[in-house]
Design a protein around this ligand. Sequence first.
Ligand code: PLP
Length: 370
Amino acid sequence: MQFIDLLSQKNRIRTALLSRIESILDSGQFIMGPEVIELESRLASYVGSRFCISCSSGTDALLMPLLAKGIGPGDAVFTTPFTFVATAEVISLTGATPVFVDVCPDTFNINSELIGRAVEESVSQGLKPKAIIPVDLFGLPADYKRIKAVADAYRLWILEDAAQSFGGSFNGGRAGSFGLAGATSFFPAKPLGCYGDGGAIFTDDEELDRVLRSIRVHGSGVDKYSNDRIGINGRLDSIQAAVLLEKLTIFDEELEVRQRIADLYSQQLRNRVMVPLIPEHYSSAWAQYSVLASSFEEREQFMLALQKAGIPSMIYYKIPLHLQKAYAFLGNKVGDFPVSEDLSNRIFALPMHPYLKEEEIERICAVLGA
Ligand SMILES: Cc1ncc(COP(=O)(O)O)c(C=O)c1O
């Protein structure tokens, strides 16, 4: 059994995709070809944002808005320690300080009630609070209504980490559209993934769009050889754009199947583990289906039983970022973010992809004792 089955999906789109790739090979427009322009326009209308800037990865999609807004040494940027390292890494790459805020025990997303205290503490340490990066963990958008209220109160701007949530929604709005900018990832395992690295930024802000397009090409001015600012090589390849255009044609259908699979899992597992909570008015893109065992030991037993039955399972995330060696310099210790630490000890993820069969779901649930 596969944790994520990309081959079945590839078989569905293979013929159409090969023809798209062949035409790119014939045109020779490997960088910023017409596929990239078409993809940006399709993605912007999907998300409901004015602008979409495609780029080379989800990590660069997070980094570029921070660069565009001049985030740097002395600035505090708030995010959670219960995320993939890239979320905090980009803050550090600008020279700013990541300030962690614990997550909610049921949604695993940033706890908006704790942001204010973190902001005030950062000021007392001499930092300048600038932005919040909420993470839409496992595909579920964070609580943007409350986060926006806190952000407004403290004059912070929001960079949505929608790396896992493309396709998810909240109150009728699509993931990627909830901040001043939203960043998503097209890493192959993501709900919408390409066949390499890729990402995109969404924004309604025209000036930010202009600066991001410049940063994406080495801070280019009127052309690539006049440089107005420090930038990066952050472009998406035409071939990756073609892969995404093809996958977009089946994306909504795949999202529906993911939702059906999540429902099947939750119905059967509800009495064995804590199943994911999707609050009212939210939908998840189901990048992962993660459940909570009652203890570290029970998780070990569940994962061992799955392994013996030939069923893959994973832990996202085994070590919260404040306890990672890379972030030791922040001076955090065990106990600082108790919810994130507890989740790290009990969480595990089950196979989740649109090609998972009902019999496979039944077998997984049976191994877990449902
Ligand atoms: C929450 C989160 N943020 C950022 C990223 C970075 O995306 P990429 O791997 O495309 O650079 C990921 C990727 O796994 C992620 O899960």
